[in-house]
Design a protein around this ligand. Sequence first.
Ligand code: 5CA
Ligand code: ZN
Length: 409
Amino acid sequence: MHAWPASEVPALPGQGRDLRIHDTATGGLVTLDPGPVARIYVCGITPYDATHIGHAATYNAFDLVQRVWLDTKRQVHYVQNVTDVDDPLLERAQRDDLDWADLAERETALFREDMTALRMLPPKQYIGAVEAIPGIVPLVERLRDAGAAYELEGDIYFSVESDPHFGQVSHLDAAAMRLLSAERGGDPDRPGKKNPLDPMLWMAAREGEPSWDGGSLGRGRPGWHIECVAIALDHLGMGFDVQGGGSDLVFPHHEMGASHAQALTGEFPMAKAYVHAGMVALHGEKMSKSKGNLVFVSQLRREGVDPAAVRLALLAHHYRADWEWTDQVLRDALVRLDRWRAAVSRPDGPPAEALVDEIREALANDLDAPAALAAVDRWVELQRTAGGTDEGAPGVVSRAVDALLGVAL
Ligand code: 5CA
Ligand code: ZN
């Protein structure tokens, strides 16, 4: 699949900082030391509805990771998937009497527009589950042949007991895992499974549902976790720097993915850091397509809200926090955007070098975007009250805000 156009990232004076980031698997901060090409996989959307503010907040976090790395003069190899065939997509298509593939294509196109408007840097590879099937089938065959997978009425399940590291991403106990598995696409109550938590790798063709040739697996479609593992291993290989997503992906998705990869390669972990963004709520509940309590990025754009303000609203919250979207959050961002634009439109101002350092330090410290915004606020306030004589300082601030925060002033 094609991704979306990249906005330009201005180069900044001075030195970028290495990223320290919270790793769910170890429960603490890790200082990443990527090579000249940093490698990141971020779980993409299931395209059955439009991009909401929760999605945007999660992609904002991983966009900051890229920007910190680019600022250290590294290249970034960024891969993202699109879960363009899965139960929720097929259910929505049926409910709305749409062709599932048309629905996926329409919502993916809208996602690209939203990401472009928000200045999110695109992945180098943007891969749909359907186009990944030829790479998924041999992995499932290998897992089955190695005894890490088994068949149940034509479906193929992964055996969690085949992985000695199982549980080392989420550290949850069996009861919590079972609850989350039932909530998030698993089938813990299906009779005949070796372990209730075992996830499906390959689902045999069902009447009225799309299916593909699965070689020795028979016709069917891929499970969710193996989709991301196949795409990540194909394009990034084992031991890449960051696997990212929202905190609702910790279990089962990223736990199972790590297990699949361990069973396939004998190596652990698949990613050096498992990074998870908090959940955005609306009216007190997690924003979710299934509940329908949503604020869409595209709707805000249609209402004429500047995407830069939406981005500032996201940045005003630490990526790991759970937070609530309200009209006030957007109003505050609009006020901030106006203030910042007024401050950088003047030809001179207070010196900007220290501010660039502060933004860098804030982001390198577990992506502390609110601290970065506060630093810019202080410079803007100084500009407003005292001014300054540094020619070009407003230009430096404007470029730093663009390069490091993705906000075009
Ligand atoms: N296709 C899978 C990942 S392989 C999936 O989870 N798709 S999704 O469309 O449901 O979510 C896309 C991304 O947005 C995921 O990283 C998910 O964790 C994140 N996300 C979903 N809802 C919220 C929310 N309310 N707040 C923050 N992030 C969210
Ligand atoms: Zn995923």
